[in-house]
Design a protein around this ligand. Structure first.
Ligand code: SAM
Length: 361
């Protein structure tokens, strides 16, 4: 499939709208994400955040401040800063100070780890348990550097070591494509041997996105690959290693069907209460999405999150699933709609249905 064939989000699913009360309740349980910059000091081949960008942008502190204040008034108590490379954004420490002074109870930062010097980590340590991080490590050295650049593995693992030495709460984010699967058990085991204080290794199913610069189609998991992926992660979890597969309730359904329920249940990636204020001020529901629910301007967050466009965005499916033989098991495992089109780029029959048909054979 070529880049131009990437479909828009499937709009054939008739939505079931959330009420204002349901949105309000959902916000209280979610975190508000802010993509503070798309500037980055690495050039990851698969990156959805920088795909197709002709220029890099950053939000100014005033915009982030007003977004954080509005988010707090709406009921958010957790804030998430992402990028680009988040640590390149010059106002990060100020934003953390202001977030905690406002009353936010926790903050989470995504980073590639390259700027986690001992000094920087000591600065972050003053926030204690309220602050957590993800650091991206895409696989063993050769693998990581095939996605980043030469020397990147050492930079990332040095940053991780500095952070753990300072007592920071660290998670590892690993984007998993087809060719990582053979190496995954050994890689996960090695990382926990070397860095036992890592909280979780969070596996992110590799996806393609609009206007990506590399055709990663060969790396997308087929239904059979996905079943293998979930089996491996589940076994690693049974073995005592803290592994998760990020934001995909198909994992819950599949592990139930296969009777290997050793992974933490995951919510859908698109869900009520989630909001990402992107560096270009578009508001999306998840970071890789390019479907905008509106443009952020100071004072607009409430209006956008309670708008029809937002409610449509996060609505559950009520048409495709009703004729699917897997509806009952999906229903009891929190899967309220078919897999997203980007899971393997063949949305004619949803990815979830092909995975569950295959697993049931
Ligand atoms: C967009 S990055 C931004 C933060 C930071 N620069 C970093 O490296 O973590 C956040 C996470 O998204 C993941 N990611 C980016 N593009 C992806 C894709 N196409 N499929 C799966 N994960 C992806 C990255 O690997 C990283 O773990």
């Amino acid at each position: 499939m070529s880049k131009s064939d990437i479909p828009n989000k499937n709009t054939a699913f008739a939505p079931v709208f959330f009420t204002d009360t349901a949105i309000q309740e959902a916000i209280a349980k979610e975190y508000l994400s802010i993509e503070v910059t798309t500037e980055c000091n690495s050039n990851c081949k698969h990156c959805f955040a920088t795909a197709g960008l002709t220029e890099r942008t950053s939000l100014n502190m005033e915009t982030v401040r007003s977004a954080m204040l509005e988010g707090y008034e709406l009921g958010y108590r957790s804030i998430h800063f992402t990028g680009g490379e988040t640590l390149l954004w010059p106002h990060l420490m100020q934003a953390l100070d202001e977030a905690f002074n406002t009353g936010y109870e926790s903050a989470f930062i995504n980073t590639n780890g390259s700027l986690l010097s001992k000094e920087k980590c000591a600065e972050f340590a003053r926030y204690g348990d309220r602050l957590g991080f993800s650091i991206s490590l895409h696989g063993p050295k050769k693998f990581h550097e095939s996605i980043r650049d030469s020397g990147a593995y050492e930079k990332t693992t040095n940053g991780l070591k500095n952070a753990l030495d300072c007592g920071l709460k660290m998670n590892i984010f690993t984007s998993a494509g087809k060719s990582l699967l053979n190496q995954l058990p050994e890689f996960v085991n090695k990382i926990f041997n070397e860095f036992p204080a890592v909280e979780y290794m969070v596996l992110i199913q590799l996806i393609r996105v609009h206007r990506d610069s590399y055709d990663l189609s060969d790396e997308l998991m087929s239904p059979k690959d996905f079943i293998r992926f979930v089996r491996i992660a589940s076994m690693l979890s049974l073995y005592g290693l803290k592994v998760k597969i990020m934001e995909n309730p198909l994992v819950n359904v599949l592990t139930d069907l296969l009777n290997i329920k050793w992974l933490t249940p995951e919510p859908p990636i698109s869900r009520a209460g989630r909001a990402v204020i992107m560096a270009d001020r578009n508001i999306t529901v998840y970071h890789s999405s390019r479907d905008s629910a509106g443009i952020y301007t100071p004072g607009s967050l409430k209006k956008i999150l309670f708008s029809e466009a937002y409610k449509k965005y996060v609505a559950a499916d009520c048409t495709i699933c009703k004729d699917c033989p897997h509806m009952t098991i999906c229903g009891r495992n929190g899967m309220t709609g078919p897999s997203e089109w980007f899971r393997d780029m063949h949305p004619e029959i949803p990815f979830c249905r092909r995975v569950l048909d295959e697993a049931g054979r």
